[in-house]
Design a protein around this ligand. Sequence first.
Ligand code: NAI
Length: 218
Amino acid sequence: MDNNDKEKISIAVVKRLPRYYRYLGDLLEHGITRISSNDLSRRMNVTASQIRQDLNKFGCFGQRGYGYNVEMLYNEIKKILGLDREYSLIIIGAGNLGQALANYSNFKKRGFNFIGIFDINPEIIGKKVGNLIIQNVDGLENFLKENKVDIAVLSIPKTNAPQISPILVNNGVKGIWNFSHIDLKTPNNVIVENAHLTDSVMTLSYKISEIENIEQSE
Ligand code: NAI
């Protein structure tokens, strides 16, 4: 698949790919080498037609009577998600969230390596989080000049995020994983992905209300 094909995959499909990737990874770990869309559908609780539609979009056609080759599909999704390489990350803001992220070992397994963590608070600068020492954010610019950093995680209060963003942009960071509740303006070649846990819980509350409304109207 070339990059032109890649552009045709809608964001809605891209958002579903990590889940496919996780399930396929589990199957591989359990030695399952092929799977039908019906079987995958049962395991993932997604309709088989949705699976076929999603996977056909990037040229992964299951074969009638054979299903999908799990390893091929896993590797194709890995490539599409850009997981066939390693990323170096830093965290700005070593508070509750920053430390929780730094301590979550699954990122490393997926090729996301934290190489630095920064904060403004002198009381925590110099302390250890996971295998990183919290550094003074004053040294951020130098650090970026000396180390190749692909992704910066922003876990600082929203009022401080706009000052940090240009330092990241001007020093080669390609993506910002933004937990601060503010929309950041960056040039087109620096991607910002906003992550809001509250969005997820609001989706949950929507689904709960939907079921309650149905039950009340019955
Ligand atoms: P926290 O108060 O525990 O940590 C924030 C840290 O940022 C502190 O250690 C503080 O010293 C540091 N900081 C402030 N300005 C800084 C700067 N200019 N450079 C470097 N470090 C700086 O707060 P917590 O719970 O870790 O949350 C961090 C931010 O993330 C908050 O703004 C919060 O609203 C947001 N948040 C977002 C979530 C989401 O799902 N998007 C979930 C949880 C928190």
